[in-house]
Write a protein that binds this ligand. Sequence first.
Ligand SMILES: [Zn+2]
Length: 280
Amino acid sequence: MTLVTTKEMLKDAHQNHYAIGAFGAHNLEIIKAIIAGAEAIGSPVILQTTSSTYRYVEMPYMIALAKAAAEQAKIPVALHLDHGESFQVVTECLSAGYTSVMIDGSKLSLEDNIALVRKVTDAASSLGVPVEAELGTIGSVEDDLVSMEDQALFTDPLMAERFIRETGIDSFAPAFGTAHGNYKKEPKLQFDLLGKIQAVSNLPLVMHGASGVPKESVRKSLDYGVAKVNFSTELKDLFAEELRAYLIANPKESDPRKYFIPAREALIELVKTKIAMLQK
Ligand SMILES: [Zn+2]
């Protein structure tokens, strides 16, 4: 199969109250683990990268890797831009062949955010590529700005209704208590708020920062319209841990065809666990 967009997979997940896992795809080993994990469960999957990832991998390699993964895979695979920070970054990905994009104007005023997202949906829709956008501040655990507890940073449902109507986006990432990075304490998701956002949006919702969110909370969110769940931190942590442990235990090993294998095997299991958690 060639790379597909996230349109159909998110639509089906949203209608049937399950979710698609979207995983940070940082290199060949991680991409192969994501695909193998998704194939084992039999679920479509989203490979996603930030702009810093595709700059690290380099765009021609990024696209070639994702396309090769999709062609080999027995399940639908999409390549998604996570937290696109500008119109330029988004258009770079659209021209290169990404099949789904997020524009993150969450640091802008509501007016400016709407204008930026509108510009992106106009550009993407002519290519048939769906757009995700964020309102409110999800933030990262390491930042001072974290939406975990600060009401002021949560998404306002009335603003969300206007934002969705005026931008024409395909999926929506609200701030309702998750954050990026490693949680210092268990996040408390705001399900009342999520219910209000669900009622005004009628779009597939996206949970960012799902690494470390308890299984019960992730599963509960599926009843509130969450149809895409993003994991990156846990994958990076496990990959590094396994690689480090192997190299410490085998200090003379210098063959990348050997030392990556335990890390990749561990990631396959993690991806399987995460995707299984998102099934109905
Ligand atoms: Zn995110």
